[in-house]
Design a protein around this ligand. Structure first.
Ligand code: CP
Length: 318
């Protein structure tokens, strides 16, 4: 693997999921693999799980890691071609990324969408320009459109909580929130769920359709109760409007997942990428129930990141 920006960077999704499960059994098995290699992690936005799990994954592989709060510690970055840099932005991405490419063997970037500039967001300008000018392998720590490290951990969590007697019914349900939220987790979950053996259903109020580039052939059901019927996994996530790009959907407050909703399912496991707003997206009952696997999901972020880094290191080491 050269880069990890989307599911399309993965040759064999099932194999990567199984590799992750193998690494989970023996996390320190490859601790010599990353010796003398350095990972740079650049966060333009806050993070708890991605920051710590990717750091830990790299350390388990013997890598050195440097983390930068890129929103605070960096010079302001200019991305425009031929910009006259007489404003606040002190450094162009061309120099910044090229320098970073000299310091690190692998780089990870977290850069959320603006939710106002649709074209820039959809182009994933920040991560793509870092990738272009650094010339080194790049891992997405959540871009403007996708969050593949989260999705790999999600698929691993589904695999290890399923007995494979039949295809599981996996439902991605929109849930309410208090502010506009990026589409990246929902887009990415959709891309990956489309690659595994499952019946994949997306449910949301009318008007909250995601970009069909990512949802592909998923079945969209507008009645949440109907979608939840017989579900084996319920993945809960808010996202803002895509059609009226980045706007807050002020409605759907009865879409919170609670005891009554869960009774419609096939004793479904409950998933969420975290952080979660209790009693807005999911009730206390749902999050505290035995069916909640949100902590296992977060734990699997370490092994997912490790499987991805191992794959890239294998490629670098020839
Ligand atoms: N799920 C996730 O990416 O968590 P953080 O934003 O805390 O990294």
């Amino acid at each position: 693997m050269k880069n990890f920006i989307s599911v399309n960077d993965v040759d064999n999704v099932s194999k990567l999921i199984n590799d992750t499960l193998e690494i989970k059994k023996q996390p320190l098995k490859y601790r010599e693999l990353g010796k003398d290699k350095t990972l740079g992690l650049f966060f333009f936005n806050p993070s708890l799980r991605t920051r710590i799990s990717t750091h830990k994954a790299a350390r388990n592989l013997g890598m050195d890691v440097i983390v930068l709060n890129a929103d605070k510690d960096n010079w302001g970055l200019e991305f425009e071609e031929a910009a006259v840099m007489n404003g606040k932005k002190a450094e162009h991405i061309k120099e910044a990324a090229a320098v970073i490419g000299k310091y690190f063997d692998i780089t990870g970037i977290r850069s959320f969408p603006t939710l106002t500039e649709k074209e820039t967001d959809e182009d994933d300008t920040v991560i793509k320009q870092f990738m272009k000018y650094s010339g080194k392998p790049m891992i997405s720590l959540e871009s403007a459109t996708l969050h593949p490290l989260q999705s790999l951990a999600d698929m691993v969590t589904i695999y290890e909580n399923w007995n494979f007697n039949k295809k599981p019914k996996v439902v991605l349900t929109w849930a309410p929130h208090i502010k506009p939220i990026p589409h990246s987790v929902a887009n990415s979950f959709s891309e990956w769920a489309n690659k595994i053996e499952c019946e994949f259903v997306i449910t949301h109020p009318k008007g909250l359709e995601l970009n069909s580039l990512y949802t592909g052939n998923a079945k969209v059901v507008y009645e949440q109760d109907k979608a939840l019927k017989d579900a084996d996994f319920v993945y809960v996530k808010n996202w803002s409007l895509y059609n009226d790009y980045g706007k807050f959907y002020n409605g759907g407050y009865d879409w919170m997942i609670d005891k009554k909703k869960l009774e419609l399912t096939n004793n479904a496991k409950i998933m969420h990428c975290l952080p979660v707003r209790r009693n807005v997206e999911l009730s206390d009952y749902a999050l505290d129930s035995e069916n909640s696997i949100v902590i296992k999901e977060a734990e699997n972020r370490v092994f997912a990141a490790q499987a991805v880094l191992k794959n890239i290191l294998d490629d670098l080491n020839g």
